[in-house]
Write a protein that binds this ligand. Structure first.
Ligand code: SF4
Length: 280
């Protein structure tokens, strides 16, 4: 059994919260630069140029890429042969608490979702997903999520008879509903299968996959390409000002499902697709 200390987890989560908010992942940054070259109109090029410059300045000055520094989603992959001395969940929340305080990051979490809505003042709690795997490693992915784009995500319980066309129509509806509100270019994750709860998890996981990566099944790979092309033909464009770049990527994750259903979830992220990870 391998021991990982609570303090190590706190320090790593703290660092990841700050880095995620200051430094865009390389694949996102490269995709934004490529999009600039690909655009024809002056307005869309100018918009992308501002987004690229903003990301560059954030990295150089250790300041947040966006004022909405998000609610923190944490994906934990924990080996069965790992033991954490202390509460893993508490260590993660403490890391978020310290990261948002020391990093001067906006605190955006309210305690009660409907009645009180009082700011917790430390951006906790985080939302934590656990995956128990074989081995003795601990992988932590920290993904702060802004709610301008989160509010544009949707889930639908399609029937099997809705077929592939039903999935395509739903994805396009979600993107068109989102329009400029999701601060495009978007990064889109699509979950297909599982259950009502699991499909949204799949969509979020898909959203975190590297830009340019593909589903291993060629049929879903082809669907990813087809949907991305169609989305970029909507003309929504960077910041909604029009153009060829409405989304930088669309990734699909799938899971077996019940004979009577075909759940689909579309997780929308803006161009500030933040995530950083560590393997301990
Ligand atoms: S959607 Fe993204 S870019 Fe827009 S305000 Fe939220 S975090 Fe910032």
């Amino acid at each position: 059994m391998r021991e990982i200390s609570r303090e190590t987890i706190i320090q790593e989560v703290k660092r990841l919260c700050m880095e995620a908010n200051y430094i865009l992942p390389c694949d996102v940054s490269q995709a934004l630069q490529k999009a600039y070259i690909n655009e024809d109109s002056k307005l869309s090029q100018q918009t992308l140029s501002i987004l690229n410059e903003n990301a560059k300045m954030a990295k150089q000055t250790f300041s947040p890429i966006c004022q909405d520094t998000g609610m923190v989603c944490v994906f934990v992959e924990i080996g069965q042969d790992v033991h954490v001395n202390g509460s893993l969940a508490e260590a993660i929340h403490e890391g978020v608490r310290q990261g948002y305080a020391e990093g001067y990051l906006r605190k955006s979490v309210v305690d009660d979702p409907m009645f009180d809505r009082v700011n917790t003042k430390d951006n906790t709690p985080a939302i934590i997903h656990y995956d128990i795997v074989a081995g003795d490693h601990l992988k932590i992915v920290v993904a702060p999520k802004g709610f301008g784009s989160e509010n544009m995500s949707q889930v639908k319980m399609l029937k099997p008879s809705d077929g592939i066309q039903g999935v395509k129509d739903f994805v396009m509806k979600v993107v068109n509903d989102a329009g400029p509100n999701a601060c495009p270019p978007m990064v889109i994750g699509v979950g297909i299968g599982g259950s009502f709860d699991h499909v949204t998890y799949l969509a979020k996981k898909a959203m975190l996959r590297d830009i340019g990566s593909h589903h291993q099944d060629i049929r879903y790979h082809t669907l990813e390409d087809e949907l991305l092309t169609k989305i970029n033909q909507t003309g929504i464009g960077p910041a909604g000002y029009g153009g060829k770049t409405t989304a930088l990527s669309l990734n699909i994750e799938t899971y077996p499902t019940h004979i009577a259903g075909m759940p689909v979830a579309v997780s929308i992220c803006c161009h500030v697709a933040r995530h950083k990870e560590v393997i301990l």
